[in-house]
Every structure is written in structure tokens, then in C-alpha cells.
Write a protein of this length. Structure first.
Ligand code: ADP
Ligand code: MG
Length: 259
């Protein structure tokens, strides 16, 4: 379980996160939705201290990290437990696909190259890129690049996977292949926090849906509660804007409840 308490983050005078609390149990999938600029990316980045919160506590495995004064050791430890998939992939352009996936293992984990290669190859097979191990990112489509990003995150075997709008930079016809790979990961029982605008996907995979606006969590609940029994007017307005058909019946919900 990861417990996040009272995360605050300010950039200059702009208070971007105003006290975010979230508990994610092992094996849960939480999706975060909300308008552009509401602080979703900043929140995810705070969770692995790519951004240092001004205030807040993250508890994971009985370890409690005071985010405003994390020690180097805490930061390293937390980054081992979490892995981020970025909207813009963030691949090394001068490294091959498999070298990109090995990087976190050989550098941060000091793993032997041979062992890292075996893990990286295995993860790339899982995302369907066994034919692209020695290709360079420039030779890949956006969907393939993002699958490399996902394989890289999986390779370090994190406790929590963080996805920041993983399909937002893709041409529409490439979105499906990335969502398919994410569905496979959901089925493995991984703990995932996903920022997305893919509402059908969010309905289908989430244990909890969180609607964020202006640096606060406005509404939170099961997909059925948030999408079909929306309580807060602000959430309703957002849902109407992004998916005018949002009152449609919920589709197949693939997950069993987490105990
Ligand atoms: P979202 O992901 O929901 O679109 P972001 O977390 O990216 O929102 O941004 C929230 C707000 O914080 C925006 O107004 C953005 O301009 C601001 N912001 C984000 N990162 C920085 C930064 N490094 N410096 C200054 N302002 C930032
Ligand atoms: Mg964002």
C-alpha cells in the first residue's frame, strides 16, 4: 500500500498542489482525470521525487518519507519502488531499444550487463517488441516508442507504476496498441496510478477514479460512482466536455475487487 498525505507544491507564487491525499492498495489501479493545468503531472512527479513537494508524506512498506526534507537515501529508495512512463517517452535517442531498457538496471541497480540484457529482452517481448531490440528510437513509431517506455518501467520491477498520459502524444490509430499493453499489465495485478484522458479505458480498469482540478481532488470513487453517479458539479462539467456520452452504460469491468 502507498499512502500519500497532504502533498503541497508551489512554483513561485503559483500553488499547484494544495494538499493531495491518496491511498492506493497493492494491486489497485487508480486513474487520475482532470483538465490541463490541474496539477496531475506535478502530482505524479512528486510521487517519485522528480519534483520535491513543499510539504507532504509518502508511506510505503512501513517507511515514512517526509517529502519536504527527503534524504538522498530516501529519494533513491523511493525511486526504486516507483517507475514512471512519460507522455513524451523520454528515451535516449543515441541508445538502442534494449540499451534504453537496460539503462535503469545497469546504472541505478548496478546489475551485470548480461543479467540486465536478459531482463530487458524479456520485458520487450512482453510489449511485443522482440523484433526491435537493436533499433534506435528514431526508427520506431510513437506507439512502439511508448511500449519501450513501458518495458523500461517494468524492467525495474517497481511496486508502483506511474503513467503520465501515456497515449496523449500518439496518433489516434496508435493509441490502441499502447492501451492493450497496459491492459496486460493490469491483468498481472500491478499497482498502477495512471493519468489519462482515455475515459473508456479508465472505466474499464480502475478501482478508483480521481478527478483533480486546480490542485485539489474534487471527487473520487469507483468508476461507476464518478462516471455515472457524479456528485460534484465541477466533475460533471469536465466529463461533459471530454465525453458528451458519459452517461452511457459502464462497459465490462475487468478487475475483481481488491481485498
Ligand atoms: P497537468 O498535468 O494537470 O496538465 P501540470 O502538473 O503539468 O498539470 O501543471 C500544473 C501547473 O503547474 C500549470 O499551471 C503549470 O504551468 C505549472 N507548472 C508545472 N511545472 C512547472 C515548473 N517546473 N515550473 C513552473 N510552473 C510549473
Ligand atoms: Mg500533465
Amino acid at each position: 500500500m502507498i499512502e500519500i498525505k497532504n502533498i503541497h507544491k508551489r512554483f513561485g507564487m503559483h500553488q499547484v498542489l494544495k494538499g493531495i491525499n491518496l491511498t492506493v492498495h497493492k494491486g489497485e489501479v487508480v486513474t487520475i482525470i482532470g483538465p490541463s493545468g490541474s496539477g496531475k503531472t506535478t502530482f505524479l512527479r512528486c510521487l517519485n521525487l522528480l519534483e520535491r513537494p513543499d510539504e507532504g508524506i509518502i508511506s510505503l512498506h512501513d517507511k515514512v518519507i517526509n517529502c519536504s526534507f527527503p534524504t538522498k537515501k530516501d529519494t533513491r529508495w523511493l525511486r526504486k519502488q516507483t517507475a514512471m512512463v512519460f507522455q513524451q517517452y523520454h528515451l535516449f535517442t543515441h541508445k538502442t531499444v534494449i540499451e534504453n531498457v537496460m539503462e535503469g538496471l545497469t546504472v541505478a541497480r548496478k546489475m551485470r550487463k548480461q543479467d540486465a540484457y536478459a531482463i530487458a529482452e524479456n520485458e520487450l517481448i512482453k510489449v511485443g517488441l522482440q523484433d526491435k531490440l537493436n533499433a534506435y528510437p528514431s526508427q520506431l513509431s510513437g506507439g512502439q516508442k511508448q511500449r519501450v517506455g513501458i518495458a523500461r518501467a517494468l524492467a525495474i520491477n517497481p511496486d508502483v507504476l506511474l503513467f503520465d498520459e501515456p497515449t496523449a502524444a500518439l496518433d489516434p490509430e496508435l493509441v490502441g496498441e499502447v492501451l492493450e499493453v497496459m491492459l496486460d499489465i493490469v491483468r498481472t495485478g500491478a499497482t498502477m496510478i495512471i493519468v489519462t484522458h482515455e475515459m473508456e479505458f479508465a472505466k474499464r480498469v480502475s478501482d478508483q477514479v480521481v478527478f483533480m482540478d486546480e490542485g485539489v481532488i474534487v471527487e473520487q470513487g469507483t468508476p461507476d460512482e464518478v462516471f455515472h453517479h457524479t456528485k460534484i458539479e465541477r466533475t460533471k462539467r469536465f466529463l461533459r466536455r471530454v465525453s458528451p456520452e458519459y452517461l452511457y452504460e459502464i462497459k465490462e469491468h475487468i478487475k475483481e475487487p481488491v481485498i
